[in-house]
Design a protein around this ligand. Structure first.
Ligand SMILES: Cc1ncc(COP(=O)(O)O)c(C=O)c1O
Ligand SMILES: N[C@H](C=O)CCC(=O)O
Length: 425
């Protein structure tokens, strides 16, 4: 007999493409069918058949304090009692802007939007408006959402599906997107030399977390900063994943590099559909209604979303020790996996920083898209299914991150390591 998840999936595929509202939720790359989820609290998530999992997806990043945090829930409920949306300015938006600008020094002004994709799309438009140039450099394997210009050698779901570019993107939209190799400054320099004074911006995930997790080499981000300044191009950090995860000032705080523009999402909305982009005042004053770059949103700065996001950010500000716990969990996980690889001479590599980690099924050091792609994805699929059967919910793709939350414990990590060990026994 079918369980509820299977029945729902049968119904879903009839009416929703692939049965899911975002491709990464499908289990196509790992085999099997997606588990339909019913509820989540702290580090746990339950499917509609009552099976409990320790969740290492965390809604793909936003749930840094664990699921269904009572303070955040209460803030959202309280805001909802006053109305779901006004389409007019609200105090919470001012509070949110002041908080973000206070936490991230490179951000002097910020605009709220509804997703990471929107944040990136808008930041690119502003960069083009500000510089009067058209071309953008992105890095192979980085994912910046699904706006046309960014679906070029992209990570995440398109990398998982093995189709890094997308059908339906007009040639004209992609022709101004140039791709460089992550951790390879020379590849960026070459593009600047090839297209002098034509490049508006370089956009990068300062820690790439959509081709598995790939960390920047020693001075890569600093060198990129210098190069962009020299070439009068803007540097955009896409901190949709790393923002407020790698510290209160994100990856830019951790690595000490100030971009010109930053995009946010995920944590800033605490699980509500929120994105944001911001940067230097002179650049952000290009945005309508002050400047000539048009960008808008009926539901942008939604009061319920702002209340949830503010509650989460304020908790992080009040409890900076959360980051110590997150980094300690990450270290414990990565070290445990490394030990396991050494002990059993496994063809695997571990990457990550802070509360982001990835177990790659390749022996190669993973530093970019090519090396990430050397992974044995079939082996990852078998590992994923083993972990799932033992109550551990990982992202259903080799090319996504393990997301840790403050609700996870060292015991959870020990159980994950013990379960992983069982895969090779
Ligand atoms: C780095 C990065 N940028 C942009 C996006 C797009 O965000 P969204 O899915 O909210 O549109 C994502 C994730 O999806 C992401 O990880
Ligand atoms: N890799 C993406 C998030 O960072 C996955 C989220 C999605 O596209 O649904």
């Amino acid at each position: 007999m079918q369980n509820h998840s299977e029945t729902l999936f049968d119904r879903a595929v009839q009416k929703i493409p692939g049965g899911v509202n975002s491709p990464v939720r499908a289990f196509q790359a790992v085999g099997g069918r997606p588990r339909f989820m019913a509820k989540a609290t702290q580090q746990h998530i339950w499917d509609v058949d009552g099976r409990q999992y320790t969740d290492y997806v965390g809604s793909w990043g936003p749930m840094i304090l664990g699921h269904n945090h009572p303070v955040i829930r209460q803030a959202a409920v309280h805001a909802a009692q006053s109305g779901l949306s006004f389409g007019a300015a609200t105090p919470a938006e001012v509070e949110m802007a002041e908080l973000i600008c206070g936490l991230v020094p490179s951000v002097e002004m910020v605009r709220m939007v509804n997703s990471g994709t929107e944040a990136v799309m808008s930041a690119l438009r502003v960069a083009r408006g500000f510089t009067g140039r058209d071309k953008i450099i992105k890095f192979e394997g980085c994912y910046h959402g699904h706006c046309d210009a960014m679906l070029v050698k992209a990570g995440s779901g398109v990398m998982t599906a093995g189709v890094p570019d997308s059908a339906g993107v007009p040639e004209g939209c992609a022709k101004d997107t140039l791709t460089a190799r992550y951790n390879d400054l020379e590849s960026v320099k070459k593009l600047f030399a090839e297209f002098p004074r034509q490049i508006a911006a370089v956009i990068i995930e300062p820690v790439a977390a959509n081709m598995g997790v790939v960390t920047p080499k020693d001075n890569f981000l600093q060198d990129l900063r210098e190069l962009c300044t020299k070439e009068n191009a803007l540097l955009i950090f896409d901190e949709v994943i790393t923002g407020f995860r790698l510290g209160l000032s994100g990856a830019q705080g951790l690595f000490g590099v100030a971009p010109d523009l930053t995009t946010f999402g995920k944590i800033v909305g605490a699980g509500m559909p929120v994105g944001a982009y911001g940067g230097r005042k002179e650049i952000m004053e290009m945005v309508s209604p002050v400047g000539a770059v048009y960008q808008a949103g009926t539901l942008s700065g939604n009061p319920v979303a702002m209340a949830a996001g503010l509650a989460q950010l304020n908790l992080l500000v009040e409890h900076p020790e959360v980051y110590d716990h997150l980094f300690a969990l990450g270290e414990h996980l990565r070290n445990g996996l490394k030990q396991m690889i050494q002990c059993h001479d496994l063809p695997c590599t571990v990457t990550g920083v802070g509360s982001l980690a990835c177990l790659f099924f390749t022996k190669e050091a993973v530093t970019d898209y090519q090396t990430a792609k050397s992974s044995d994805t079939a082996a990852f699929g078998a590992y994923f299914r083993h972990m799932l059967e033992h109550g551990i919910y990982l992202a259903p793709s080799q090319f996504e991150a393990v997301f840790l939350s403050n609700a996870h414990t060292m015991k959870d990590i020990d159980f994950l390591l013990h379960t992983a060990e069982g895969f090779w026994d």
